[in-house]
Design a protein around this ligand. Structure first.
Ligand code: ADP
Ligand code: MG
Length: 550
């Protein structure tokens, strides 16, 4: 550098920057690595991952989003892929691995096109066209499903659990799933509304997964507050109170000066009377069960017990809401205002010993809009994985009911989309056609991965599937156990349409977003790692991004 020419710095010292093909290559590589990590878990023969966190807590799972969340990925482009899994989890609850694997493959195929000097904008345009067409194809091949198709719904639940820790118990768990989802679903104008939060999954170590059961109501990790209260109330009239059944000194006059023993006595009497009045309001309303979100004074507990009322205290707010939905009670703040109208109903409220802890079962509610699945199993790890599998199953059954459309899995639908996309690409010309064909090829990553994970030859499998689809067998999928082509619909491998449409749209969106980036600017360490200037991917840029080279 000559003496009179000053170097120009437009960014603080220590800023890292990579541009053009370099930036693209790095981002694609990072994204592919993420996909590579989860792909071995895909499908019924997928393997599990053992994740150990900084506290040495171990998670063993097969669930894409769980793996990615636990991995604490830092690279910005890689983080964008993790977002795809999260979106899939939020929107459907299942299909997270599929979405990530598709995104990784779209980028891999894009890389090959970039090598052929095809400009990113052309690839992006082709991917957009293909993604839209793929949605149309998916919708057109899907089959309808209704709430009456219990058997189909059960197959959906079982498909979701195939290959997970829950597999051996999938018959039972699928039955519970379908019943639970049907219970909490609300129908209006032929449409179904389901809030998955209304299905509470309570875990309890002990027994076997076989002992998992559905409680038509809510199971609380709570005992009754007083030993003299009944253990069981049949035909319970349930009051839900979200304020304390106590006399709080702050609610009284600021200062109480006691100058003579009689005053103390009258003060105590007054307190006692207030508590008695509160209990009287509860008794007069006709309640036989009380769930209180706050504390219950010892004396109040005693009076409640005397009236044969069952009570639990410090019930979580979320549980209070679920109790309201399950029993039909309204949550009341001012105890004086409690009336019979506010009470809910529960066939049986009882304290039950599960393992070595007491729990409260609020069960046999009539038409409960919130239910509980009590998951049992020999160890915490088993239960956690069963819980995750059930969450996937609940998500899929809910999604199938809400969307009203389903497709067959085992890679049959992906092969069909691939075939029809390729046909569609014939109608295009120029370089975009190449991108649409690349998109069609991308769909084949699903059968290839399912085959690889099952120890089968992926090329043979894809070739046979192609031949079957050419003969218009739209549900021809892969039997991962025999390696043969099967009719996935007949085999009962059924999934909600939404898994596939969501996976295709999130995967293509993220691939496009990553392809659009041609400049990565990262603030240097030491600078507090503040957000670098515009053009950054969502998900934020971690400080000191020196892992760029991966
Ligand atoms: P994801 O996180 O994407 O849901 P999974 O590990 O649950 O990943 O695998 C889902 C894939 O496994 C889907 O493509 C689905 O069609 C396929 N699959 C599920 N059950 C079977 C089966 N019995 N035979 C073949 N493929 C199956
Ligand atoms: Mg799944």
């Amino acid at each position: 550098m000559s003496k009179d020419v000053q170097p120009i710095f437009i960014m603080p010292e220590g800023t890292q920057r990579s541009t053009g093909r370099n930036a693209q290559r790095n981002n694609i590589m990072a994204a592919k690595l993420v996909a590579e990590t989860v792909r071995t878990t895909l499908g019924p023969k997928g393997m599990d991952k053992m994740l150990v966190d900084s506290l040495n807590d171990v998670t063993i799972t097969n669930d894409g989003v769980t793996i990615l969340e636990e991995m604490q990925i830092e690279h910005p482009a890689a983080k964008m892929i993790v977002e795809v899994a999260k979106t899939q989890e939020d929107e459907v609850g299942d299909g997270t691995t599929t979405a990530v694997v598709l995104a990784g493959e779209l980028l891999k195929k894009a890389e090959a096109l970039l090598e052929q000097e095809i400009h990113p904008t052309v690839i992006i345009k082709g991917y957009r066209i293909a993604a839209e067409k793929a949605q149309d194809i998916l919708t057109s091949v899907a089959e309808p499903v209704s709430v009456k198709d219990t058997l189909t719904l059960k197959k959906i639940a079982m498909t979701a659990m195939t290959g997970k820790g829950a597999e051996s118990f999938k018959e039972l768990l699928a039955d519970l799933t379908v019943t639970a989802v049907k219970n909490v679903s609300e129908e209006s104008d032929g449409k179904f509304y389901i809030d998955k939060e209304d299905i509470k999954i309570e875990k309890k170590v002990g027994g076997s997964v076989d002992d998992t059961k559905l409680v038509k109501g809510i199971v609380l990790d709570k005992e009754k507050v007083h030993a003299a209260m009944p253990r069981q109330v049949v035909g319970g009239k349930v009051a839900l109170i979200d304020s304390a059944i106590e006399v709080k000194s702050t609610e009284m006059d600021a200062k109480i000066q006691i100058t003579d023993p009689n005053q103390l006595q009258s003060f105590l009497d007054m307190e006692e009377k207030m508590l008695k009045d509160m209990v009287a309001s509860i008794v007069n309303a006709g309640a036989s069960v009380v769930f209180c979100q706050k504390g219950i004074d010892d004396l109040a507990q005693h009076y409640l017990a005397k009236h044969g009322i069952y009570a639990s205290r410090r019930v979580k707010k979320s549980d209070m809401e679920k109790l309201a939905k399950a029993t039909g009670a309204s949550v009341v703040t001012k105890i004086d205002d409690l009336t019979t109208k506010d009470l809910g109903n529960a066939g049986i409220v009882e304290e039950v010993k599960v393992g070595d802890e007491e729990m409260t079962f609020v069960s046999e509610c009539k038409n409960p809009k919130a239910v509980t699945i009590l998951v049992k199993g020999a160890t915490e790890h088993v239960i956690d994985e069963v819980k995750r599998a059930m969450e996937d199953a609940i998500g899929d059954v809910a999604s199938a009911l809400q969307g009203g459309q389903v497709v067959a899995g085992a890679a049959s639908v992906e092969m069909e989309v691939s075939k029809q996309l390729r046909k569609f690409s014939d109608s295009l010309s120029g370089r975009e056609q190449l991108a649409v064909m690349a998109f069609a090829d991308t769909m084949e990553v699903i059968p290839r991965t399912l085959a690889e994970n099952a120890g089968l030859d992926p090329i043979d499998v894809v070739t046979e599937l192609k031949a079957a689809h050419d003969k218009n067998r739209k549900w021809a999928g892969i039997n991962v156990f025999s390696g043969k082509v099967m009719d996935a619909w007949q085999a009962g491998v059924i999934e909600p349409l939404k898994i596939k449409t969501q996976a295709v749209s999130s995967a293509s969106e993220v691939a496009i977003m990553i392809l659009r980036i041609d400049d990565v600017i990262a603030g240097g360490p030491g600078e507090g790692g503040g957000m670098p200037p515009g053009g950054m991917p969502p998900g934020g840029m971690p400080p000191g991004m020196d892992g760029m080279g991966m």
